[in-house]
Design a protein around this ligand. Structure first.
Ligand code: ASP
Length: 340
């Protein structure tokens, strides 16, 4: 059966071609996709495209645009079997994480991909990334989509989107998912690791959330951080949640001024989330003396979540109106497979 796939082009290197006159990279007209990648004709699926009116470099991505992508998926959900979102790699992990929260009860594949080299480049990685993403978005087993979550496909691997981080600005292997195994590997065959995929939820209706509250901040700790810097972040106007990037397994300074400021602001209602600044591994508050105080002052345990996912989870939870009382418990619960 021929599957229907919707390609959503948001921008990024993948959709660029060299202007033969000026030599500069520019976004190409996505309606002419088949002209650039005639290989797509060989796929056993029909492909439609929709594009942002003005494709963007992903450094310009905003929560409003995450909602726009989610809405495009919502509007086309019944018509298509799968979705491939073409996106710049720089903030792709943030968008993948955000979409995972915005699309509750997702029952179809939403695959984000992009490339390090433009699609018009001789050595481009765009073709493989795009073609395999489409194949994954079309994969079915016994009439059920194989992937029912937001994935990120890059350089032969499909990852859970909200587990990824961009780790390299140069290599074709630009992403890593250090705390969760990849879901599919593309070699001679597509090897699907079903045990790692989110389970199929029968009869669950897609719910698309549309509110993200941007009043969050990230503070990366470093030796020598000053009280005035900490205070200015903690007292930023309107701030509701702070992702504190701590050392190792969730450790922080034990200096009195540091702990006192933090304790005071938590008592005043700021949600402080402990996320490790290591790329892999987990926060374990209480393992060292340097995290015991954080634990006792009710800092939220970010466990093995990425900073990207923590930011969008906080925005999503604040936007959904999760109460002050339940915020810690809900944050510490895995909602879309983003933490253990
Ligand atoms: N700066 C580009 C972007 O993120 C890089 C890329 O597409 O990979 O939009």
């Amino acid at each position: 059966m021929e599957r229907r796939i919707l390609l959503v082009y948001t921008g990024g290197t993948i959709g660029m071609v060299k202007d033969y006159g000026s030599g500069a990279l520019k976004a190409f007209d996505f309606k002419k996709l088949l002209k650039h990648i005639p290989e797509l004709n060989q796929l056993d699926c029909s492909i439609d495209t929709v594009s942002f009116d003005e494709p963007i470099d992903s450094s310009d991505m905003t929560p409003a645009q995450w909602v726009k992508i989610a809405t495009i998926i919502e509007d086309n959900y019944e018509v298509y079997d799968g979705f491939v979102v073409l996106h710049g790699s720089d903030t792709m992990s943030y968008t993948a994480s955000a979409l995972s929260f915005l699309l509750e009860n997702l029952g179809k594949p939403v695959i984000l991909t992009g490339s390090q080299l433009p699609i018009g480049d001789l050595r481009t990685d765009a073709k493989e990334n795009l073609i395999t993403s489409i194949q994954i978005a079309a994969l079915h087993k016994k009439g059920i989509p194989v992937v029912r979550e937001v994935g990120l496909y890059f350089e032969y691997k499909l990852y859970r989107g909200n587990r990824t981080t961009k780790i390299n600005a140069e290599n074709f292997q630009a992403f890593a998912s250090l705390n969760y195994p990849f879901l599919i590997e593309s070699g001679v065959h597509l090897n699907v690791y079903e045990e790692y995929l989110l389970p199929y939820k029968k009869n669950k209706k897609l719910i698309v959330h549309k509110k993200m509250d941007e009043n969050v901040a990230v503070l990366k700790l470093f030796p020598g951080i000053t009280q005035s810097l900490l205070e200015s972040v903690l007292h930023s106007k309107g701030l509701k949640a702070l992702i504190l990037e701590t050392y190792g397994s969730g450790n922080a300074s034990t200096q009195a001024w540091f702990l006192k400021s933090l304790k005071k602001i938590i008592n005043e209602g700021l949600h402080v989330i402990n996320v490790t600044q290591c790329s892999g591994g987990s926060v374990m508050m209480g393992q060292y003396e340097t995290s015991s105080a954080l634990k006792s002052m009710q800092v939220i345990n970010g466990k093995d979540i990425t900073t990207e996912a923590a930011i969008s989870k906080a925005m999503y939870m604040l936007g959904s109106g999760v109460s002050q009382k339940h915020f810690k418990t809900v944050f510490e619960t895995s909602l879309r497979g983003e933490m253990r």
